[in-house]
Design a protein around this ligand. Structure first.
Ligand code: IPE
Ligand code: IPE
Ligand code: MG
Length: 249
């Protein structure tokens, strides 16, 4: 049986989040410049996006550039930004063909204007698509997002719009950038690193973690299927005990 056929379509994760890591090391191992790794990583982005859409995943979030990544060498940042512009242009077709809607998540004001324009263009072009929602986390960090939420809450309290007594987890979530997106069910990180790197800290409270021991440019559809099959074999207990879950209590 093909790996794809082993996936139970009735038990799909609603939201899959991916930390795409290892482009630089992949290139270095081949005696190439880090940028080459980023360029080759685009093919993996296409593969995983297609695989997720074909399976019927509702939300796919890809961590493409973190707030901390602004601290990389200038040349790498500018190459990444140019690559983003060209990739948005070239991949809009893939998004349209697969009925995918694009969204962006992060401190987008920090992005060069060409990237912001490219993003807006693709977001607008795909806004009528009704299939999977692809969320690109760009210039994103969870602590930045949570701090912003706290500031907005403080302002609403000050202006009398919000009573501090009413602040619970539900209300807090509404102040995050992801207020309209369900929490990830599974978080995949490639490259063999076991860390979260400031990604979706609030939202992954109960996500299943899955680590791929390949650099991102080597990741293919089969790796994605393997992650979903593994996810489907896990029991998510949310603090309860196994018997409660099995009896649906
Ligand atoms: C992930 O690959 C892409 C970005 C963070 C932009 P890296 O660039 O982090 O590659 P490694 O981890 O250094 O190999
Ligand atoms: C995390 O990767 C950010 C993205 C994948 C965009 P990094 O490569 O920046 O993470 P650290 O710094 O090694 O933890
Ligand atoms: Mg890295």
């Amino acid at each position: 049986m093909e790996m794809k056929d082993q996936i139970d379509k009735k038990k799909l994760p609603v939201h899959v989040a991916v930390i795409m890591d290892g482009n630089g090391r992949w290139a270095k191992e081949k005696g190439q410049h880090r940028i080459f790794g980023h360029q080759q990583g685009v093919k993996s982005v296409r593969e995983i996006t297609e695989a997720a859409a074909e399976l019927g995943i509702r939300y796919l979030t890809l961590f493409a550039f973190s707030t901390e990544n602004w601290n990389r060498p200038k040349e790498e940042i500018s190459a990444l930004m140019s690559l983003l512009v060209t990739t948005l242009k070239s991949e809009t077709k893939t998004l349209m063909n697969n009925n995918i809607r694009l969204e962006a998540l992060g401190n987008l004001d920090l992005l060069p204007v060409q990237v912001r324009d490219g993003l807006n263009e693709t977001i607008n072009k795909t806004s009528g698509n009704t299939g999977m929602i692809l969320v690109l986390a760009l210039s994103y960090s969870a602590r930045w997002e949570i701090t912003n939420a706290a500031r907005k809450i403080a302002m609403d309290v000050r202006s009398g719009k919000l009573n501090p007594k009413d602040i619970d987890e539900q209300v807090f979530s509404q102040y995050l950038l992801t207020h309209h997106i369900p929490d990830p069910d599974i978080l995949i990180r490639t490259s063999g690193e076991y860390r979260i790197s400031n990604f979706l800290l609030w939202q992954i409270a109960y996500a299943e973690l899955y680590f791929v021991h390949k650099y991102w440019p080597d990741v293919r559809k089969s790796d994605f299927y393997r992650a979903i099959i593994d996810y489907q074999q896990r029991e998510r207990r949310f603090g309860k005990i196994s018997e409660q879950i099995q009896l649906n209590l």
